[in-house]
Design a protein around this ligand. Sequence first.
Ligand code: MN
Length: 740
Amino acid sequence: METVAQIPKYNLSEEQEKKLILREYRALLRSLKSKLKPGDRKTIRLAFEMAADAHKTMRRKSGEPYILHPLAVARICVEEIGLGIRSTICSLLHDTVEDTDISLEEVERDFGNEIARIVDGLTKISNVIDVNASKQAENFKKILLTLTDDPRVILIKLADRLHNMRTLESMKREKQLKIASETVYVYAPLAHRMGLYNIKTEMEDLAMKFLEPETYKEIAQKLAETKRERTKYINEFIKPLDEKLEKTGFDFEIYGRPKSIHSIWTKMKKKGVAFEEVYDLFAIRVILKSPAEREKEDCWKVYSLITDEYTPSPERLRDWLSNPKSNGYEALHTTVMGPEGRWVEVQIRTKRMNEIAEKGLAAHWNGPDESRFDKWFQQIREVISAEGTDGIDFLQDFKTSFLAEEIYVYTPKGDVKMLPVGSTALDFAFSIHSAIGVKCIGAKLNHKLVPISQKLRSGDQVEIITSNKQKPSEDWLTFVVTAKAKSKIKDALKEEKRKIAEDGKYTLQKKLEGTGAAFSQHNIDEVVSWYKLSSPLDLFYQVAIKNIDLKDLKEFKVHGDRLEPPKPVKQLPELKPEVVPTISKKETELIIFGESSDKIVYNLANCCKPIPGDDVFGFVTTGKGLTIHRTNCPNAAKLLANYGHRVVKTKWAKNKEISFLTGLRIIGLDDVGVVNKITNLISGEMKINIAAITIEAKEGLFEGNMKVYVHDKEELDDLVSKLRALTGIHSVDRFDTETL
Ligand code: MN
């Protein structure tokens, strides 16, 4: 994709700009109307004027006056998250301390301590993901600490990020990639965890639009093309339900809702199917008006009515009425077989539950659910303050422990424990108590004996079996997922190592004294560096487990009580800091197969097998130079979000000499001569080399996997469209040759 220079589409006179700003400001006040108390209007006006004045010389990348951004963020907070007056003031001021002359003291003087604290939180996290990876994790921790201080900080931050995503078009391509990657990696899961489903979905869709523009367009177009047909189907599906519900006298709404582009794409990838084969492209939703004491009963009544009409799929019933998700979400979900044998997802919830589903945390914070969030925040604080949480590991652990969907499992006494998806019996043991975790040797899962690595599922009843002889081992770290289990296992391993090392320390002391040298720090350090170890603890440990026999000590000379190594200590080859190819950080673009590529070592990533013409980026790898990934590589989001500073903008040069191996999967009718037709087209007509081909036929269909050599994407696209045009061919898709 070409990066097109952005020309500000903005061309308003000063007068028109003023009008536009005022119009936005008035719209903000209108949506706040029901919440305004005497005096609020004045305070908001003050914040607006302060921000407008501070930003008055600034413009956004699109050319718009900057103040339109804080105004938009404030409107998102009010209209889409349901926040109130104070959050509005904070939103208006959120970029002032960071980017203008206004100081935190001034904010505090004019608006008080509470507002100043939130603005301070927003300032601290304004550049979360920046500069380098370790700093980023530090910053992320900072966010989380501020978040647990006052959740409004994170809600306003999410609104800020959403508006930046909505206006991402005017940024440069690298910036777009970086911001979009961070958004799917950190902010969308955070929005999900805060219960802001609409915001999460919009963030994911917008990110995909920039990260995988072609697929995005393709799915959007297919959705548009099939819209009429889908609407017709959904109306037909709803009709009998509508009549039944009407008869029973429920006060309800029922409507269809298309799935998001991102979720359709996720499903296509997960199941390896084409758009046409994603079966539940839409969901219908029933919203009931029901008094508090009858909510649950009414939802189940509706469930019963619907499943009388359509057969439900038993594995797809989700009861979040009895056990709400930890973000507060309550509803009943099921998938039923509609007319023509198509699956339709049905969501049943009350108006109150719907409010929570749409506005998340803000809708019910300070309500009865507050304790649930408190518990979550408490867990986060525990993990952040634990020692040894560093760098990327922390981010990854945090994501799996706190941002993932959760499962519910039961203790033998019937108490419910909530754990992230993917948790094992061992995670469960640690969640009860770390003393139980370290002694866990197995578990009974629904009364059957299972190993500690057994993955748990919602509804499982788990009984932990312990033994005093058990000790944590290194490999435990490979299967636990919760941050608590991980950090407790690491602590225990370190402690164990320290205990063993005691023996080694004693051995070393005896041997040193045997040579006449003292057991001093100087001498220990000499031995540590002789064996090229990282610390005295390491040395003691290696001696204790007999990896090191200390025979070399004989060759040391002893002066007084000081050791002297026999010859200069052999230096390890120096660990060079990341060998960053000499590309200036500026706007340079690396041309693969062009002039600049002669000077740079690069290789093509195995995970996504880019070919010329693909949208790609370069990633600086220690020692290996540059690895070229596709921007839609499964690893791309993680790399771009975590190591933005190591990403180099990359473009292909025109190439007709080198060929690249790429995989194609062809599905079609098993017809006589079909293989012939395909191979004729590829090697005969198009003169493309086939490296391998396998064909499997089943029940009248065939699936062919082949590896072909192409020069670039253009040639590949040409080949794909010609193959698709052959009669009897259903689908032709590219896949990574790795998976062959
Ligand atoms: Mn902002």
